[in-house]
Design a protein around this ligand. Structure first.
Ligand code: SF4
Length: 215
């Protein structure tokens, strides 16, 4: 029996799910299970729009579509508390599961205190977050500092203190975030001073920080 505060290693139960997820696919598998078991009516996924600099949202109701939100997007700067209140009636219309960063969680909790968001209808899966880069600044940084055409980048990640890009020809390049930020590039200033990188107030807090062995 699992108790509140327990910490577990988790990953998707299918090989494909493990491969598609950023770190083993546990979050996608949990969101998919919430939908399949009818715990929720829909999952609010954050997914790639036109390219990696364009984060968009979609409510999916088919469990097969949950994987649209697999993987991370550090160059999109959506705030889900705003999406919930502005476009989704504060979560009053349907039961939703959604992945949340620390700032999403803080916004959601504050708006719930003001009765603008209905927490009873939300199932929050917290994600550890090292920060995000504004889309315009990201393309500038990739062009000027990585010497790469931003349109050629198909994936980016922040890992072990590095901002890493993957290009469509399969190339990888990583530069230390400290180095980038000393030079005026890197994460948004609010992310640099953020103290809530592991959203423990979500229903579950997931992430790869502190993991020993393969992620
Ligand atoms: S570092 Fe903090 S403020 Fe920045 S995106 Fe992550 S949770 Fe939000």
């Amino acid at each position: 029996m699992v108790a509140k505060g327990d910490m577990l290693y988790a990953w998707a139960s299918t090989e494909e799910g493990v491969k598609k997820g950023e770190c083993g696919g546990a979050v996608t598998a949990l969101l998919r299970h919430a939908l399949e078991s009818k715990m929720v009516d829909g999952v609010l996924v954050v997914k790639k729009g036109a390219d990696i600099y364009d984060a968009t949202v979609e409510i999916v109701t088919d469990p097969a579509d949950v994987e649209k939100g697999s993987g991370s997007l550090h160059c999109g700067t959506l705030l889900l508390s705003k999406i919930l209140t502005k476009y989704l009636g504060g979560g009053n219309g349907m039961k939703l599961a959604l992945p949340v960063k620390g700032c999403d969680t803080m916004g959601i909790l504050e708006l719930a205190k003001r009765e603008k968001i209905n927490l009873d209808n939300l199932y929050l899966i917290g994600l550890n977050c090292g920060g995000s880069v504004s889309p315009v600044d990201a393309t500038k940084m990739i062009r000027e500092r990585f010497g790469t055409n931003p349109d050629d980048v198909v994936k980016e990640e922040i890992d072990k203190g590095q901002f890493i890009i993957v290009t469509k020809d399969g190339g990888h390049k990583g530069i230390s975030i400290d180095e980038l930020e000393d030079e005026g590039y890197g994460r948004r200033t609010n992310c640099r001073r953020c103290l809530y990188k592991v959203p423990r107030q979500a229903d579950l807090a997931c992430g790869n920080w502190g993991v020993i062995g393969d992620k």
